[in-house]
Design a protein around this ligand. Structure first.
Ligand code: 1GP
Length: 252
């Protein structure tokens, strides 16, 4: 079974999946092996590893630790071309469709594709959309793109449909790591109801209630990162996992 199929099965069996993002730059003094084991036992469904900016050379090292301490899917969430490694189960092959920067639409993909193929790494084609949250996030600054205005769900829908028609496998709506506010429910609802692709939602999700609201609106996978840098306790991870797994999609 491919990693993508594993993710789809998780979503099917649990209603929605709960993924934890680890930014190797921000792990700092965290006891990473212990955190990964705790998160695995507490009900997370997988891990994303990556960041918009790498200030350390810890990427592959961190990836190896994550892989050695969990049997859950481990995916690269690449912030740059430097974040490619055969140690992961798969890579979200991001196309920054919300932007108009050719490097993030095709340039970097052309550079990375031969290496990814050579590594035998599974690539999951992902239409990636940045959504404005009021303050400039690292992803927005580093990608030199303009995010989608949060009160314009139709713009997100049109981008999502384009990704679907092009043949991408999934979508990611991201307010950016550490965003002041998560992606609005109305935008998630609009995209999920008009487009059939699995939908990752992340950025600025700080409470289990925030996560549940995103599942209710139609998120297939909820991603949290920053909150665990502040509180790495099992209790919080369990609360997020429970909120994601027990919430049902709201049908209108
Ligand atoms: C960012 O979606 C991820 O790309 C996670 O965001 O760090 O704000 O949880 P946070």
């Amino acid at each position: 079974m491919t990693t993508f199929e594993r993710l789809i099965r998780i979503r099917h069996e649990r209603g929605a999946g709960y993924l934890i993002l680890l930014d190797p730059d921000k792990i700092g003094d965290t006891d990473l092996p212990a955190f990964i084991r705790t998160a695995t036992e507490a009900g997370a469904d997988g891990f994303l590893v990556g960041g918009s900016l790498m200030m350390t050379n810890q990427f592959e090292h961190a990836l190896g630790i994550v892989k050695r301490n969990t049997t859950l899917p481990v995916l690269i969430f690449p912030g740059s071309l430097f974040q490619v490694s055969p140690l992961a189960d798969a890579i979200l092959f991001l196309v920054l469709i919300s932007g108009r920067n050719p490097e993030h639409l095709i340039g970097n993909q052309v550079l990375a594709a031969p290496i990814i193929r050579k590594m035998g790494l599974e690539a999951i084609s992902t239409g990636y959309m940045l959504v404005d949250s009021g303050k400039t996030t690292s992803a927005e600054f580093m990608s030199n793109t303009q995010p989608i205005p949060p009160h314009k769900p139709d713009i997100a829908v049109a981008h999502a449909l384009a990704a679907e028609l092009i043949g991408m496998k999934c979508l990611y709506l991201d307010a950016g790591s550490g965003a002041d506010a998560p992606v609005p429910e109305a935008m998630i609802q609009a995209v999920a109801s008009r487009c059939g692709l699995p939908l990752f939602v992340g950025g600025g999700i700080r409470t289990p209630e925030d996560a549940a609201a995103r599942v209710r609106a139609g998120a297939s996978f909820v991603v949290t990162g920053t909150v665990h840098e502040e509180d790495g306790e099992a209790r919080l991870i369990r609360a997020f996992a429970q909120a994601v797994h027990s919430t049902k999609l709201k049908t209108v």
